[in-house]
Design a protein around this ligand. Sequence first.
Ligand SMILES: Nc1ncnc2c1ncn2[C@@H]1O[C@H](COP(=O)(O)OP(=O)(O)OP(=O)(O)O)[C@@H](O)[C@H]1O
Ligand SMILES: [Mg+2]
Length: 269
Amino acid sequence: MRIETIDLVHEYQPGQRALDGVSLAIEGNEPLAIVGQNGAGKTTLVKHFNGILRPASGRVVVNGIDIGERTTAQWSASVGYVFQNPDNQLFLESVRNELEFGPRQLGMSDREISERMGWVAELMGLEKKLDVNPADLSSVEKKFCAMGTVVMMNPGAVILDEPTCGQDMEGERRLSHAIKVLRDQGVLCITISHDTKFVTRNFPRTMVLCQGKVIDQGPTEEVFTHVDVLKQSYVIPPPVARVSRAAGMRRVAFDVDGLVSSINEQRRG
Ligand SMILES: Nc1ncnc2c1ncn2[C@@H]1O[C@H](COP(=O)(O)OP(=O)(O)OP(=O)(O)O)[C@@H](O)[C@H]1O
Ligand SMILES: [Mg+2]
């Protein structure tokens, strides 16, 4: 999967740029996190990756094809977007119907639908909820159901908009596992998140947005040491990173295990 934008501009109101000339290329299947302050343009950016939003100027090119050449419905099958609020995505009377809906539109065979349903329901923790009305699911289950409807379509990329918001520990563990499984299947997972701990744990690469522009990108371990750049977009590295920096560690740690091994390394060295 390759998603490229060239000088992408988006305006909701004339003259007010929500995206101000974004040029980027995302390639391969290493999970990517997008971070940045409220209103930075994160959601606006990713909604261009499958044509939910269209550029005011500039281009979006997915696997070599200009986004303008296909409908949003066509793109949604290859680049799936999971809304921050699952209520915007779930509208049928059972989890099973939700999971079947997209693949049926794509003409997937009954056999493939039933095979995918088995593992997607298990991955999302919904095996016992297939006959439940999505309205009766917990808020965490709704999030997984919305993600499941996207994964069912066998997309090349899955975009998650604030997936940890309202998630409990068990939900977060399941989500981390699902992101790894998707990566292992070659699916590119792009995730918008304010939760820097979740980002450093699950995403090898990170992109920082600020006022409609990409101000930093690269390996997460590096990006999260660029404290002054992060500050511009009000992104605060995880507490452990701040402790290890304040203690003058040579290698910044992002979790307690990392901090312990950094301390040991420094002692030995
Ligand atoms: N539907 C809309 N109509 C008008 N302006 C909008 C609309 N959606 C977003 N905006 C504006 O565009 C800019 C970028 O918004 P966007 O939702 O992309 O930011 P974000 O980084 O996703 O923020 P958050 O972290 O709060 O979700 C903001 O100034 C926002 O107010
Ligand atoms: Mg947003």
